[in-house]
Write a protein of this length. Structure first.
Ligand code: PAF
Length: 282
């Protein structure tokens, strides 16, 4: 496994692999890797000949009051996990490589990025789409892998690739959960023991939504109201949103449509967590 911080070196290593007829898969990450990331690398390993993992804590996707400086940086452990999962190349650029002081370009997806996470975290998705465009431009993969946990992010990245004619297939991989259902996230390590227990109620809320979708005739706004009531009843959870939206457009659903996703965002103490679940109406 090669570990590289130079952008031009990374580009030429990947190009050489492609020139040797190897298909390239890329997994963009911010490090602090967990089993969710490992599953992305393993899926890429099965589908591609050459697997690139990027590790870059991207400053432009953090708001001024968010956790950029505290975000966990665990490079040695990350590299071990990448190696064990079968990655071929790790690109770990410094901030100055990704953002020259003179940079003036932002990649902005409009409608999809304005709601939900976009409304609660102004500028967040500009940072995400800009850095993902740059990382895909450096690594030129045939496929790129994202977790379903960041549901809105994968939709935005798909839209960006279509709009910018980037020749990359976006693969969205299933959420990996802890035994009690909590979705794996690098931010889970911020949780105290008590908060960790409270956080497991996110999964219970999604199970409630799934159950109501499959076993009742309730319309989506009523299911969303029950999700909200459930979350509000849990001590220590501050709800930011709990909605049922169209799984392609993220417009809030009023009818029991075929393409639906329950999405929620909460704060547990000072830690912000998101989760989601695709719904199938009976
Ligand atoms: O999901 C993440 O870890 C980040 O948003 C990403 C896609 C690596 C961009 O910095």
């Amino acid at each position: 496994m090669i570990v590289e911080s130079s952008l031009t070196e990374t580009r030429s290593i990947v190009r050489a692999a492609r020139q040797h007829g190897r298909s390239v898969g890329c997994i963009p990450t911010m490090g602090a890797l967990h089993q969710g990331h490992v599953s992305l690398i393993e899926i890429a390993r099965q589908q591609c000949d050459f697997v690139v993992v990027t590790i870059f804590v991207n400053p432009t996707q953090f708001g001024p009051n968010e956790d950029f400086t505290q975000y966990p940086r665990t490079l040695a452990a990350d590299l071990e996990m990448c190696h064990a999962a079968g990655a071929d190349l790790i690109f770990t650029p410094p901030v100055t490589t990704m953002y020259a002081g003179s940079a003036q370009t932002i990649v902005r997806v409009t409608k999809l990025a304005q709601v939900l996470e976009g409304a609660h975290r102004p500028g967040h998705f500009d940072g995400v789409s800009t850095v993902v465009a740059k990382l895909l431009n450096v690594t030129e993969p045939g496929r790129a892998y994202f977790g379903q946990k960041d549901f809105q992010q994968q939709l935005i990245v798909r839209q960006m690739c279509v709009d910018l004619d980037l020749p990359v297939e976006i693969i969205t991989c299933p959420i990996i959960r802890e035994a009690d259902g909590l979705a794996m996230s690098s931010r889970n390590r911020y949780l105290s023991v008590v908060e960790r227990k409270q956080a497991s109620q996110l999964f219970q809320t999604l199970k409630l939504a799934e159950n109501l979708a499959e076993n009742s005739a309730l319309p989506p706004p009523e299911i969303a109201r029950q999700m909200l009531d459930y979350l509000k009843s849990v001590d220590g959870i501050d709800v930011q949103y709990a909605v049922i939206a169209d799984a392609l457009t993220l417009e809030l659903l009023t009818d029991r449509s075929n393409s639906a996703v329950a999405l929620l965002a909460v704060k547990v103490g000072s830690t912000r967590l998101i989760d989601n679940q695709i719904l199938r109406f009976r």
